[in-house]
Design a protein around this ligand. Structure first.
Ligand SMILES: [Ca+2]
Ligand SMILES: [Ca+2]
Ligand SMILES: [Ca+2]
Ligand SMILES: [Ca+2]
Length: 387
């Protein structure tokens, strides 16, 4: 009882300080996560953002506050994918980074959701619910998502157990394996003490407001091929209506095609140009923690140096990989790059076959090409690996 009272007084103070901070919210637009909510968009816009190959949708409805849900962009380095749909128990805009408060709150004064109340075992408030019918061309659907919350870490293990669920034909398939039992994904089921490998803490390191997030999770559900099925995507606050939670759904990922598995590119060497050498090295990784990597290019003809420090997209087809990202040219920010490598030799020791090739194109903020290599053959080795 003592601890419950303590938490309630803490939460009351939290809400007051959150309101006070909102009046100071004329911060520069430095967040990488921008949002457009349902005061501008329609529920159909959200469904069409989510849809990928093999699925069509109809009868789209939304129940909840228009400010609570919408689309987002710029999430690659924080959420783990760049664009998609966001549903929250507060406001979509409140998810934008940086992480400036421990307790960002939008109290919408709305009801909860009976299905979420049943799953989370606490009363729910401020529910946001997107529902639609969809017709798949195969018997399984997938999408990728990330859950984040301001309830982290202060209210892990409490009744303020914000929750979400994705019901397909009435069954929630957004679950986590807790000792052989499938349970809904909540604050209390994914945190540093429970399914810790799926939890990412945000002590200000990620450019998103939520204090903690899950890794990129894959949703998978059995469906009836070729006929309408129903999906209900729902999120709500637990017990009271403060401290926002949100769920990010990757654009185009609602599909009958499973998401790409782990992949990696490593290696480097020398690319001889007609008038001098370029050396380069790279590592690109896609795994359960998302996309990351780096790219170093040294142009020995003129001393130019490029450091690619982020990975925004990455695709692998056979032994060829292409990725894009952002970086610094001679120490100056604001550049993007596209890199394509072909891993023609299987390992450094195999001298037969054609050389590996590397093509790197660097663009300035206006999109103009400022650097690219003309000769592609690599004196060295790159390895492209996909599971
Ligand atoms: Ca709320
Ligand atoms: Ca926060
Ligand atoms: Ca917090
Ligand atoms: Ca909450």
């Amino acid at each position: 009882m003592h601890s419950f009272m303590h938490q309630n007084s803490w939460r009351a103070a939290a809400v007051l300080s959150a309101v006070a901070a909102l009046s100071l919210s004329a911060l520069p637009a430095q967040a990488v996560t921008s949002t457009v909510d349902l005061t501008t968009l329609t529920p159909n816009d959200l469904a069409s953002t989510l849809l990928g190959a093999g699925v069509t949708a109809s009868n789209v409805t939304y129940t909840g506050a228009p400010v609570a849900s919408g689309t987002f962009s710029g999430g690659a380095a924080s959420v783990g994918f760049d664009t998609g749909v966001i549903l929250t128990s507060g406001s979509a805009a409140g998810a934008m980074g940086p992480n400036s408060l421990p307790n960002t709150t939008t109290a919408n004064g709305l009801a909860g959701d009976a299905d979420l109340t049943a799953l989370s075992s606490v009363p729910t408030r401020d529910a946001s619910v997107l529902e639609f019918d969809f017709t798949p061309n195969a018997d399984t659907v997938y999408f990728e998502y990330v859950f984040g919350s301001e309830e982290y870490l202060e209210f892990v293990g409490s009744d303020f157990n914000d929750s979400f669920a994705f019901f397909v034909n009435g069954v929630n398939y957004a679950t986590v394996d807790n000792g052989g039992v499938l349970e809904p994904i909540t604050i209390n089921n994914i945190n540093p003490g429970s399914n810790a490998s799926l939890y990412v803490d945000n002590p200000g390191t990620l450019n998103v407001e939520y204090d903690g997030l899950t890794t990129v999770l894959t949703f998978m559900a059995p469906v009836n091929t070729g006929v309408p099925n129903h999906i209900k995507l729902a999120i709500a606050d637990g017990s009271d209506e403060v401290l926002d939670s949100g769920v990010f759904l990757k654009a185009g990922s609602f599909s009958t095609t499973p998401p790409a598995g782990p992949a990696k590119v490593t290696g480097g060497g020398k690319v001889a140009q007609s008038d001098g050498d370029v050396t380069l090295g790279t590592q690109v990784i896609r795994d359960e923690q998302g996309l990351r990597g780096n790219l170093q290019v040294n142009d020995h003809r003129n001393g130019a140096r490029f450091h690619g420090h982020s990975v925004d997209s990455f695709s692998v087809t056979g032994s060829t990989a292409t990725w894009t990202g952002q970086g610094r040219l001679d120490g100056a920010d604001g550049y993007t790059f596209t890199a394509t490598v072909a891993d023609n030799r299987q390992g450094n020791s195999a001298k037969k076959g054609s050389a590996d090739t590397v093509q790197i194109v660097i663009r300035d903020a206006g999109g103009a090409i400022v650097w690219e290599n003309a000769s592609l053959d690599l004196w060295g080795n790159v390895t492209v690996h996909q599971e």
